[in-house]
Write a protein that binds this ligand. Sequence first.
Ligand code: AHN
Ligand code: ZN
Length: 334
Amino acid sequence: MKILSNSFNQVIFICCLLFLISCNLKKKDQNLVLDANNQGQIESVFNADSAYAFIGQQVAFGPRVPNSEAHKKCGIFLIDKMQQFCDTVFIQNVLLKAYNNEKLQAKNIIGVFNPEIRKRILLFAHWDSRPYSDQDIDERNYNKPIDGADDGASGVGVLLEVARQIKLKDINIGIDIIFFDAEDYGVPNFIESKLADTYCLGSQYWSQNPHVANYKAEFGILLDMVGSENAKFYKELYSVQNASNIVDLVWNTAQNKGFDKYFINENIGAITDDHLYVMKGRNIPCIDIISCDPTTHHGFGFYWHTQQDNMNNISNETLNAVGQVIMEIIYTIE
Ligand code: AHN
Ligand code: ZN
């Protein structure tokens, strides 16, 4: 009798254990949660692990320098992902002339949600990586391309995850996500040059040749270097001058969500970046969320344009902060 009740207990125990394991597996598998206030409605959330994985996948191709094999392969990967998530995808294939007259086979990749809606928000990042490590402490590295885990892949990783989430939960405004190419092919630091506008070639092209005629959005948000550990986002001058309401919206949203350790309520100087060309060319107010470090001589992170801009420097917590802020804004904007 004792033996029987013992083994009966064991069976019950094992059943409970299996049940608990299956519950846990389910939970892990799901990045959807039910919204208690909105019974039955599925609330999408930002999954930083997913964004992290998207960054890792880009970096694994090798440096995405225009005209390289890694660039070609990563382009195919990004187009495939965007086609999975977005309603429509546009590809701009274009030869762009670099500062050294090299012809770059560039691709701007544009994913569209709700193309019929007039009220639109533009989200963008660059997907190429810099052919030079011209800020490296070791000058033998100057001509080596960077991984660009933060400088390039991080913004794209966050926006791929945003796209994946929009696919899971309908949004009631238009969203356009652009991955610009050839942002980081600008004149290297070790070359004397008076040339201007050598960076941001993909966004310069798109701003003059948008994927739809007379393209317009309410505002734009650029994500540039949004994944590093201990990232600090300051209010960049062009953004403050041209889109102060969007700067306030983003920094206030971050503060309300407890991310004020990342979104610092202080101004910094102007940064020439893709948002500037989108503003100039299309007259769309834009902001740049870009991590800066006032303690370095160039003002960006210690790893900027060096061999150290790699996956070791990417933080889930930073990605989570940026992703949550973007999701909150695009789902609540009136
Ligand atoms: C310049 O270096 C001129 N502007 C910063 C834009 C940039 C480069 N963002 C990432 N890499
Ligand atoms: Zn760069």
